[in-house]
Design a protein around this ligand. Structure first.
Ligand code: G4P
Length: 531
């Protein structure tokens, strides 16, 4: 198969949701459709349980297992589907953000009863920033939830994206009858079925077809006809271009646990979702169809088992063909490295591979030379963009508990932050401030410092609201700002100055008083300044 054919075959995406909306269930049903698993339950076992929040070792154990399900590949209708798993737990949000930099599109799951929840809004912000095409799945239609029209309104308002339903539910809750596909003009009748795929599909010529009344009780078919008339009147026809630009989200309704409404979505997804295309680097745009290999590391998973102290780097291929045992150029270190045991993931199995293509994610065994954001090429000096750090939400100062272990602490903190466990900021040369999205990370750091590096530390909470990367618009004013605010300014791991705002109000005051300073919400300010 040619490189272009391999590219055209691939759909690399993530399923994201607020915890409990049904992400794991939907992932599992996709794998079931793809024949990658035989019965439901396989993915579920690997899920990080919400109940385990305080028990970090339990979570790590589960995370250890879940490395195999970090990327789930399967073939369906001649397409190679790569689902990149994202942790549902909110304390691992950074992991999720980074995974979103490696996908070509996203399926967002919303609970029809709860509607759009907080974490969904934040994930959507990241998608919007990157203009990632999004498909929305409104799940749990078998429950008494909000009306579909209300849900669509809420999606538009809270997620700030135009929506276009491609299927429409016929009633919901106890009287849920099924969905009508506006895209295919088919009626899919609901029959709860949790472990197998059985479907009852009726083809009708259009919504006025009397066949509809044969299958759907009178009141529901009347309602459906009214709804469809309303939708067709209110919403523009589905525009593929707008979807691919991340401006319009097609919406599907269904019930993941009952395996219902999934096939329509999967098949439409395979038809419309983008294939690996192009990606920005600091130097130029790289096209997937270029024959030389390029790619970047977006995630590192450390094995916490003291007997197997290895790390797996997740490498996303952006162009060309990846081959085992071939030397590639590590652009940050300026040296050549090769991989004898690259792996790929199929459902819950990890397999050695000889080659892989754009869109694929390869697991690389790493002994410490790779970090998040690293680029590999066949010799060209490139650095992929698009893996920004986002502001942490919890900040704490690291206090060394054992002066004789200062070196170990230094090394441990550096390595753990390189793995992406947390962000490290340095102040006055050696004051270390660690920033995370969740409290759990501090337990992770403490535990790992002790067990892996023999270092011990305490954390002193700092009352910062957010970190902002700053750059000058007016040099003298910027320098004055750095001088005057030195107590709330530090450097990130690349040496870029960061301002810690104590509150939103303080940020606004700083913005007003220092118009010569630009405040950025992410570390990649060359493209994404918050002004
Ligand atoms: P998550 O990964 O987004 O956190 O959600 P997950 O798939 O684990 O689903 C959360 C709960 O919602 C699960 O119930 C799951 O069975 C249920 N669920 C998923 N899809 C549907 C649906 O279409 N209808 C209904 N009624 N429920 C659905 P649980 O009790 O937390 O877990 P379990 O004991 O069922 O495994």
């Amino acid at each position: 198969m040619s490189l272009q054919q391999e590219i055209d075959k691939r759909r690399t995406f993530a399923i994201i949701s607020h915890p409990d909306a049904g992400k794991t269930t939907l992932t599992e049903k996709f794998l079931l459709f793809g024949g990658a698993i035989k019965t439901a339950g396989a993915v579920k076992q690997n899920k990080i349980k919400k109940s385990a929040t305080s028990d970090f070792m339990e979570i790590e154990k589960q995370r250890g297992i879940s490395v195999a399900t970090s990327v789930m590949g399967f073939e369906y209708n001649g397409k190679k589907v790569n689902i990149l798993d994202t942790p549902g737990h909110k304390d691992f949000a950074e992991d999720t953000y980074r995974t979103l930099t490696a996908v070509d599109s996203v399926i967002l799951v919303v609970d029809s009863v709860k509607g759009v929840e907080e974490q969904t809004e934040r994930l959507m912000e990241v998608c919007r920033m990157r203009r990632t095409p999004v498909i929305i799945f409104v799940n749990k239609m078998d429950r008494e939830g909000r009306s579909p029209v209300d849900i669509l309104d809420e999606l538009e308002k809270k997620l700030q994206i135009n929506v276009r339903p491609l299927t429409w539910p016929i009633s919901q809750g106890k009287s849920f009858q099924g969905v009508y596909s506006l895209y295919e003009q088919k009626l899919n009748l609901f029959k709860p079925e949790q472990t197998k795929i059985t479907e009852h599909t009726v083809e009708i010529t259009n919504i006025d077809d009397p066949e509809l009344d044969r299958w759907i009780p009178g009141a529901f078919s009347t309602q459906l006809r009214e709804d469809i008339e309303l939708i067709e009147g209110v919403y523009e026809p589905f525009d593929l271009e707008l979807y691919l630009e991340g401006m319009l989200a097609p919406v599907f309704f269904g019930s993941a646990v009952n395996n219902f409404g999934i096939r329509e979505m999967l098949e439409t997804f395979l038809e419309i979702a983008p294939v690996p295309d192009e990606r920005e680097t600091d130097q130029r745009i790289v096209k997937a169809s270029e024959d030389k290999l390029t790619g970047f590391v977006f995630k590192i998973h450390a094995n916490l088992d003291p007997n197997h102290r290895d790390r797996t780097a997740f490498f996303k291929i952006c162009s060309g063909r990846f081959q085992r045992n071939t030397f590639y150029f590590h652009t940050r270190l300026g040296k050549k490295i090769r991989f004898a045991n690259p792996t790929q993931f199929m459902a819950n199995e990890k397999n050695l591979i000889d080659d892989a293509w754009p869109g694929d994610v390869v697991g690389l065994y790493d002994n410490g030379s790779l970090k998040i954001g690293d680029t590999l090429t066949e010799g060209e000096e490139l650095q992929f963009r698009g893996i920004p750090s986002f502001s942490p939400e919890i900040f704490k100062e690291v206090i060394n508990r054992d002066p004789f272990k200062a070196k170990q602490l230094e090394k441990g903190i550096r390595q753990l932050t390189e793995e992406g466990v947390a962000q490290l900021f340095m102040q006055y040369g050696n004051r270390k401030i660690v920033g995370t999205v969740g409290e759990l990370q501090f337990d992770v750091i403490k535990f790992r410092l002790e067990h892996e590096y023999g270092a011990a530390c305490d954390f002193t909470p700092l009352r910062y609201y957010k970190a902002f990367w700053i750059t000058p618009k007016d040099k003298p004013q910027y320098e004055e700002f750095l001088r005057r605010k030195s107590s709330v300014i530090a450097e990130d791991k690349e040496g870029h100055p960061v301002f810690f705002a104590e509150s939103e109000w303080m940020l606004n005051v700083a913005r007003e008083n220092y118009p010569g300073v630009i405040f950025h919400e992410t570390s990649e300010f060359k493209t994404e300044g918050a002004g």
